[in-house]
Design a protein around this ligand. Structure first.
Ligand code: GDP
Ligand code: GDP
Length: 434
């Protein structure tokens, strides 16, 4: 289960520098929704073998000091509400500011582990200056330089140490679905529609995080666990932050799920925020079904559905082999189809192809369409196998794996998708040396 570490602090202390250092190779997601704050960033990283999601809560505000103060408060409250640990960053160059004191006050009054990071400690003189930060009343601090990474290792050691133990996820043979999407897309309505007709919710498996409840459903003859992340709204006191809460919740839900049901409001389209959630699921190698909801509100002719579908596929290239179901929760249209498709995607995700069968498929294919010669050398693919991983991964063993390019990988993936149903499932193909 994912844990969240939030970085808070006033602008210019070095939060995003530190953030970028942490999520380096991994793409960060930019949440560019709020007009007031700067973009928020979140991404995944790991330290000492512990994976966590790190959030740079932003903090650049255009406006008066008042707006600014309110914004910082909100940021910190968000962090307190959602994160498992908080890194409070200050800047030794500037020393303690009023804003720092404000943040320290808020942080002192709560129970989450807080790590005070004094940044821009680039030399010994600055290390001596850092003692001033004891005055914030938060106890010991870590001196770091985000630009070159010095001190950040000790800080991260401590942060990771304070994170809650990985919770044992209840082993279940049932597919685990998460309903995700932007606020107002119809997630709760969708879940309610399932609950409404289902009088036999068998058990409530204890929440795997404080924020999500797994409920076992037996619906339309299918059994599955559904994580209800949509219904939990009580913490979203601040309206403008609903979007952010909802995405954070999606981060957790997605990591925990086998298949994500991405609910899209047809009247708003497949916009940037929806795409963020889509790629988050894709990067986590989760099964995906796109549910275009509120189809009742769309004025349509015979072509509308195809056009809509085409538009979405353009946005999700090159991973376009994803089922799209047009639904109306309000009019109870195609709810069954939605669940049926999700179950199918789960089956696709758990599909295992025998090594012999796979070789019979791939070897003639690479023989007929060999990879292009590179620097006068020919790549010979010798055999292949599916790896024993929770999501489909394939290894092709060859003499010169470094010469095989993405284009060829995509060609093989497409062929594989033509031959086997991997709809809605990200697959990986690796070239290994043999
Ligand atoms: P944020 O607004 O808190 O996200 O701050 P940024 O990460 O954008 O950094 C603000 C400025 O501080 C940038 O010019 C950074 O290059 C600089 N900065 C960040 N970390 C360090 C550091 O460790 N040492 C020094 N000297 N400057 C730093
Ligand atoms: P959530 O924030 O994603 O959980 O969205 P809700 O389930 O709360 O739905 C937001 C609004 O959209 C509510 O007013 C719903 O009644 C409405 N809504 C949900 N599904 C549909 C639908 O299929 N058609 C129409 N017309 N409205 C819908």
């Amino acid at each position: 289960m994912s844990t969240i570490v939030a970085i808070v602090g006033r602008p210019n202390v070095g939060k995003s520098t530190f953030f970028n250092r942490l999520v380096q190779r991994r793409e960060a997601i930019v949440d560019a929704v709020s007009g007031v704050t700067r973009d928020r960033h979140y991404g995944k990283t790991d330290w000492n073998g512990r994976e966590f999601t790190v959030i740079d809560t932003g903090g650049y505000v255009i406006g008066s000091d008042d707006v600014f103060e309110a914004e910082i408060d909100k940021q910190v409250e968000l962090a307190i509400g959602e994160a498992d640990a908080i890194i409070f960053m200050v800047d030794v160059e500037h020393g303690i500011t009023g804003m720092d004191e404000e943040v320290a006050n808020l942080l002192r009054r709560q129970k989450k582990p807080v790590f005070l990071a004094v940044n821009k400690v680039d030399n010994n003189k600055r290390a001596a200056d850092a003692v001033e930060f004891y005055n914030l009343g938060l106890g010991d601090f870590y001196t770091i330089a985000a630009t070159n990474g010095s001190g950040t290792g000790d800080l991260l050691d401590a942060v990771v140490e304070a994170l809650p133990e990985k919770e044992e996820v209840e082993e279940s043979e049932l597919p685990r679905f998460a309903v995700v999407g932007r606020p107002n897309a119809g997630k709760s309505s969708f879940i309610n529609a399932l609950i409404g007709e289902e009088r036999y919710i068998v058990t409530d498996i204890a929440g795997t995080t404080r924020d999500s409840i797994d409920t076992k459903y037996n619906r339309f003859g299918f059994e599955f666990n559904l994580m209800d992340t949509a219904g939990i709204r009580r913490k979203a006191k601040v309206k403008e932050d609903l979007e952010f809460y909802s995405v954070m919740r999606s981060v957790r839900a997605i990591e925990h799920a086998d298949v994500c049901l991405l609910v899209v409001d047809a009247t708003r389209g497949f916009d940037g925020q929806v795409q963020n959630i889509f790629w988050l699921a894709q990067r986590n190698r989760k099964g995906i079904v796109i549910l275009v909801n509120k189809w009742d509100l769309v004025e349509k002719d015979t072509k509308t559905m195809k056009q809509f579908e085409k538009h979405i596929k353009q946005q999700i290239e090159p991973f376009t082999d994803v089922p799209i179901v047009f639904i109306s929760v309000l009019e109870k249209q195609r709810i069954f189809k939605a669940i049926e498709t999700a179950v199918q995607v789960y089956e696709n995700k758990t599909r295992r192809i025998k090594t012999s069968e796979l070789n019979e498929f791939f070897l003639p294919l690479v023989e007929a369409f060999p990879p292009p010669a590179y620097k006068g050398k020919y790549v010979k693919i010798k055999y292949c196998m599916q790896l024993p991983t929770p999501q489909p991964q394939f290894a092709l063993f060859c003499n010169l794996p470094q010469y095989l390019k993405d284009g060829y990988r995509r060609f093989l993936e497409n062929k594989l998708r033509e031959a086997y149903d991997f709809s809605g499932v990200p697959i990986s193909i690796y070239f290994r040396k043999k």
